[in-house]
Design a protein around this ligand. Sequence first.
Ligand code: C2E
Ligand code: CA
Ligand code: CA
Length: 655
Amino acid sequence: MPEKGPAGSIIDFVCVYANGPASALHGRTPRGMLGVRLLDVQPSSALFPHGLQVMEQGQAVVVGGLDVSDHGGQRPRHPPEVRLFLANGLLCCLWREPPHRLAVQQKLVEAERRYRLLARHASDVVVELDSDHCIVWVSESIETRLGWRPDVLLGQRAIDLVHRNDRSQVLRAGLRLAGPGSFREDLRILCADGGWRWMVGTAHPLPGEDAGGLVLSFRDIHDQVRIRAELDHSRQLDPISGLAVRSVALDRIRSALDGLEGTDSTLAVLSIGIDGLTQVNDALTHAGGDKLIALLAARIVRAIGRPEQVGRGTGDEFIVLLSDPDAAAAATLTAERILRACRAPVSIGGQPIDPTVSIGIATARAGALPDELLRDASLAMRQAKGRSRNGFALLDDALATEAHTLLLFAAEIQRGLVMGEFAAWFMPIVAFDTGQVSGYEALARWVRPDGLEVSPAEFLPCAECRGLIVRIDLLVLRQALAALSRLPPTVTMAVNVSAATLALPEYPQLVDEALRAAGVLPERLHLEVTETALLTLTNRIGEQIQQLASSGVRWYVDDFGTGYSSISHLRDLPIAGLKLDRSFTCAMRAKDTKSLRLAQALVGVAEGLELDTVAEGVETIEEARLLTSQGWLHGQGWLYGKAAPLQLETGPLPF
Ligand code: C2E
Ligand code: CA
Ligand code: CA
């Protein structure tokens, strides 16, 4: 702040603020600087006249060559210069070090020393090249990284140290270096022992006098590259079978198809499905299933002789590619060889297993799409499984059309499910002794938008093989229980359960939830499972049946007397009743005495085991009388009513 004399002229400047460095320059603290006069700290008065000039003219000035050391302040390395300027009527002094050529040079030397030190001790390898790209300097770290003594490399062409296959990258990058930017490439660099190490190299052009030269810096990425390669490799292999994963198999099919371009040759793709893998998984846990997959993979590879032609598809599927010129012709022979190779019995976890596979064959010429070819082979495999296991099917035109129709039909079912076109209809079950309706059987119906009623016989096979049956079963279960909740408490409800639904691990819980939601006692629910579905019985499914029976739900064997009857199921499972298949009633109608006697024997078995009995397909009063005389307790059939939506006096059901 200017200090004025009696005449009003400025006689000195008093300090009202000084920051740390400015105070230190004067050997004081910022507080100690307050009130200090300029002429006291600048005895040479060098600043004062400039201060006056600034106050008068308002222009900033720079004053150099000042010395403040006399006053005990830190001696600056170079005499400071001060910039004086006006701010709000106050004189401001800004001390700063002037640029000095000597100082700059000293700094450069220091920086270079530091840079060399860094380059020597850094783990990266730093190389300086001249304009001919020969090595003029290399950091000592090259010895630890690559085994080279630095002096050995001086004068050598840098490119000679790069792997032959990576040189084009370097040359391309060299072109880029001519323009702006720098290059960064993964390269294999020669080691002193003749080996190669992966390093990522970056290059920067040298400026000025050294123009044309380069500084290269290499970081060791050898371990990362190796781990990455191992990971890539393992991602391409299925860990269970050791075979190429589906995507890799597809790539191989794609390149084999590309190879057919311009030729008349065909190639064949085989889709091999393990029969009954789900049952093996259930019986022996997934570890057992995995062992079976690995074992069959090895057998298939042995049968083919070339592991690179075998891959793992999804789930229980293997893929084989036959691309020899006569591949398509040889496909059936190969399929037979695989069937034979897979068939030998094995023991897994102490359990004897007779493994079999089903094979689908699809052939194609150049121009075919790999995924479609694989899909066709899988469709043929499913067809082979459907016919009889341990066989093969060729996707010929008829099969392709059939498979295509099936696909379209499945899509149609799916649409119907989404649009709410499926519903449970109900067929009465009557007690022979009273003639009263004792319960109903819920039967799935698909009523198309045009009013057409589609029977389960039409849509169930397709729904079963496309995995839609579970949704249908659960829909019928919920609707049936909702209906039951509005029927008198003595009435029961029979619901059909397919093998796929029964195999759901959460099935008992779903039934329990449906019962709770409807507020219905479990004893009123009769679950019907066919003898054929019981063929797929595993310990786990047996436990589920047991669990539901313990909660009160009653199990009935449906279509009794038709499937592969296993009387032992009646002993081992908590079965509450039997339903005599409609074919027996039909046979009685035709006066077939054998069926009559068989029905008599079956009711005897049921009586002996104290099981409930229902005879299906009762169409006439005579049949009802005959069945009653045999001892059958309940009857169901057109005599009593066809399946229909349930009409209740309380109004329509809420679905
Ligand atoms: P099912 O369980 O044996 O059902 C009885 C079938 O026989 C019903 O056919 C019924 O309409 C028919 N039927 C009953 N009495 C007579 C009769 O006196 N004469 C004649 N000619 N037929 C009679 P629908 O409804 O076509 O069902 C066929 C099969 O579809 C059922 O046989 C059952 O196995 C299956 N099914 C029906 N609904 C479902 C369901 O929700 N889930 C599952 N998984 N299967 C179902
Ligand atoms: Ca049934
Ligand atoms: Ca039945």
